[in-house]
Ligand binder design. Structure first.
Ligand code: HMG
Ligand code: MG
Length: 309
C-alpha cells in the first residue's frame, strides 16, 4: 500500500514495561518462559528486564536472574532498561545485548519517575553511555510524555525534539517516543513525530504507544504513513507506568501484528505463536489478555475445536 513501509521492526516491551506495572512480581522462571516464547514467535528484539531500584519497582527485582537464565535464540537482542551507571553495570553482568536510558519531555514527570531533573538525567547518562560504548553495548533512548504529561498537561513538540536531539547527540542508537499516558490521536502524534524527524532522522526513531484512549493502532498507522518503521508493543497489551497514574497498557503486540499482516507489512513474527505467548502470560497473571485480535482468534480456535468434536 502506498505511503506505508514494506517492513517494520517490533520492539517487544511486555516483559519490562508490561510486567513492571503488574500488582505482584512474577517469579523469574515465569518471566524467562515468557521471553523464550516471544523469541520462539520470531520477535527479534525483547526488552527482558529493568535494572532500576527494587524499592521503586519491585516487579523488576530479579532481572539479573531473568537475563542470565533464559535460553538465548540466535539473532535475538535481549535488552534492559538502565537509569544510571549502576543499572548498566548490572545489565552488563546479566549479559544484556543492548540497554535503554529513559527521560522525558516534561520536568515534573522526570522528577516523579527517576527523582531528578531532565538535565540531571543527562548527567547520569554521560558516564553510562561512555561505559556502554567501551563494553560494545548499544544504547536506546526513551523520551516519555511526548504528547502530554499527567502533571503538566500538553507538551510542545519542540520540547520533545530538544530531548530527542540530546539523546541522539549523546550516542543513543535509536530514540523511542513514548505517549506514556496514551492521550495522543493520529493528528497530534503525527505532528509531534514530524517535528522530531526534522531534527533526528526518521530511521533513528521509534514510536511507543500506551492504549489508554484506544488510539494506539490509529496512531501507529499515522506514524507509519509519516515514515516510522520501528514500533514498540507489549504482548497481551500488558503494561502501564508505575509513575503515570491512569496510564494503561502498551498497544498489544498481537493487535499490531494483525494490522501489519493485513496491510502486507513484513515483520518476521508469527501471529499464532505470539498469541500463544500472550495466553501464557495472561494465564500466569490470572486474567484475560488485552489484545482484541488474540481474543477473537482464540475464540475462533475454540469454535473450530468444538466443531471437530
Ligand atoms: P534515587 O532515590 O533518586 O537515587 O533513585 P539513589 O541513588 O538515592 O538510590 C535510591 C536507592 O536505589 C538506593 O538504595 C540505591 O542503592 C538504589 P536504598 O539505599 O534505598 O536501599 N539504586 C539502585 N538499585 C538497583 N539498581 C539501580 C539502582 N540505582 C540506585 N540501578 C532511581 C533513582 C533512578 C534509582 C529511581 O528513581 C528508580 O529506580 N526509578 C525507577 C523508575 C522506573 O523504573 N520507572 C518505570 C520505567 S520508565 C517507563 O516505563 C516509561 C517508558 O516505558 C516509556 C513511556 O511509556 O513513556 C520507558
Ligand atoms: Mg511505556
Amino acid at each position: 500500500m502506498s505511503g506505508l513501509p514494506a517492513r517494520v521492526r517490533l520492539v517487544e516491551v511486555g516483559p519490562r514495561d508490561g510486567l513492571q506495572n503488574e500488582p505482584c512480581a512474577l517469579p523469574a522462571a515465569t518471566r524467562v518462559t515468557l521471553v523464550e516464547k516471544l523469541a520462539a514467535a520470531g520477535i527479534d528484539y525483547i526488552e527482558a528486564g529493568s535494572f532500576v531500584s527494587p524499592r521503586w519497582v519491585p516487579q523488576m527485582a530479579e532481572s539479573l536472574e531473568v537475563l542470565q537464565q533464559l535460553r538465548r535464540s540466535p539473532g535475538v537482542t535481549y535488552a534492559a532498561l538502565t537509569p544510571n551507571l549502576r543499572g548498566l553495570e548490572s545489565a552488563l553482568e546479566a549479559g544484556a545485548d543492548e540497554v535503554a536510558v529513559f527521560t522525558a519531555a516534561s520536568e515534573t514527570f522526570v522528577q516523579r519517575n527517576i527523582n531528578c531533573s531532565i538535565d540531571e538525567s543527562f548527567a547520569r547518562f554521560v558516564p553510562l553511555l561512555e561505559r556502554a560504548r567501551s563494553a560494545g553495548v548499544p544504547v536506546r533512548g526513551y523520551v516519555s510524555t511526548v504528547v502530554a504529561c499527567p502533571y503538566e498537561g500538553p507538551i510542545a513538540a519542540t520540547q520533545v525534539a530538544d530531548v530527542a536531539v540530546r539523546l541522539r547527540d549523546l550516542g543513543c542508537r535509536e530514540i523511542s517516543l513514548g505517549d506514556t499516558i496514551g492521550v495522543g490521536t493520529p493528528a497530534t502524534t503525527r505532528k509531534m513525530l514530524e517535528a522530531v524527524a526534522q531534527r533526528v532522522p526518521m530511521q533513528q526513531l521509534a514510536v511507543h504507544f500506551h492504549d489508554t484512549y484506544g488510539q494506539a493502532l490509529a496512531n501507529i498507522y499515522a506514524c507509519m504513513q509519516a515514515g516510522v518503521t520501528v514500533i514498540d508493543s507489549a504482548i497481551a497489551g500488558l503494561g502501564g507506568c508505575p509513575y503515570a497514574d491512569g496510564a494503561s497498557g502498551n498497544v498489544a503486540t498481537e493487535d499490531v501484528l494483525y494490522m501489519l499482516d493485513g496491510l502486507g507489512i513484513a515483520t518476521g513474527i508469527r501471529l499464532d505463536a505470539a498469541i500463544d505467548a500472550g495466553q501464557y502470560i495472561a494465564n500466569q497473571l490470572g486474567r484475560p489478555g488485552r489484545s482484541r485480535a488474540a481474543q477473537a482468534i482464540l475464540h475462533a480456535r475454540q469454535r473450530a475445536r468444538d466443531a471437530a468434536k
